[in-house]
Ligand binder design. Structure first.
Ligand SMILES: C[S@@+](CC[C@H](N)C(=O)[O-])C[C@H]1O[C@@H](n2cnc3c(N)ncnc32)[C@H](O)[C@@H]1O
Length: 237
């Protein structure tokens, strides 16, 4: 599973940045997570572990107010990340000592591991006592009639862990708060999102990259907007 996630993201930086240029979605999620986390700290945030940092959208947000350490499984995603401190690694098994960070954030990443409880225990270990952890996990794409986009298409968009599993893992270790962020979006944005190899893999994990993107394009070509994209946020202390 981890190898597949790494391989899929290794193929994804360009398409990921194209989707971001179109929607600004990950920058918005990073801004909102930043607001939640910074409300739990006094003064600058300090050293932040950006767990699943990708091409640096979340890292750049935290660089404004602290020192992010960008950790990612995918070398290609990390190579596009502009921050100074970058580490290729797995957030389920962190290469850092205890009490090393003032905050840990998982911006759209914690649901990508099949056992989020391992990553959460690691986050607890490397956080200084009382340091906050923030996370956001997808709840899906919803049509105007309230139906999940994929249900009538007889397809599930499946990630290794659900938002519920992410919440349970966090609540087992931290005092957590949670809520839902909802964004109006378009069918075009949905299609662009699924040109990212790692996102198309959620629908057709067994197909080759080109084949899965083609099948995803066919699957989504008749979807009409407007749509709503929902994310569940978590703050743990
Ligand atoms: C959807 S991207 C989010 C990137 C970034 N946080 C942002 O806001 O744009 C998820 C990232 O998590 C990384 N990832 C997935 N599983 C991981 C793991 N077990 N350890 C470290 N990184 C992981 C992926 O390689 C990918 O770069």
């Amino acid at each position: 599973m981890k190898d597949a996630v790494r391989r899929n993201f290794d193929e994804s930086p360009t398409a990921y940045e194209e989707y971001e240029a179109m929607t600004g979605r990950f920058a918005t999620l990073s801004d909102r997570l930043y607001d939640l986390v910074s409300a739990r700290t006094t003064g600058p945030i300090g050293t932040v572990l950006d767990a699943g940092a990708g091409t640096g959208i979340s890292s750049r947000r935290f660089a404004d107010c602290g020192t992010p350490v960008a950790l990612d499984l995918s070398r290609a995603m990390l190579e596009a990340n502009p921050v100074e401190h970058r580490v290729q690694g797995d957030f389920d098994s962190l290469p850092f000592g205890a009490d090393n960070f003032d905050a840990v954030v998982f911006t759209a990443s914690l649901f990508l591991t099949p056992e989020p409880e391992r990553a959460v225990r690691e986050a607890r270990r490397v956080l200084r006592p009382g340091g906050p952890v923030g996370a956001v996990a997808p709840l899906g794409w919803i049509r105007a009639d309230g139906e999940d986009v994929f249900r009538p298409l007889s397809r599930e968009s499946r990630s290794p862990a659900s938002a519920e599993a992410v919440g349970d893992a966090l609540a087992a270790v931290f005092e957590t708060e949670t809520g839902v962020w909802s964004f109006e979006t378009t069918a075009e944005a949905l299609r662009t999102f699924h040109t990212v190899p790692a996102m198309a893999a959620r629908l057709y994990p067994r197909l080759s990259t080109d084949a899965r993107i083609e099948r995803t394009r066919e699957l989504l070509e008749d979807v009409e907007g407007p749509l709503e994209q929902r994310w569940r946020w978590f703050l743990g202390v």
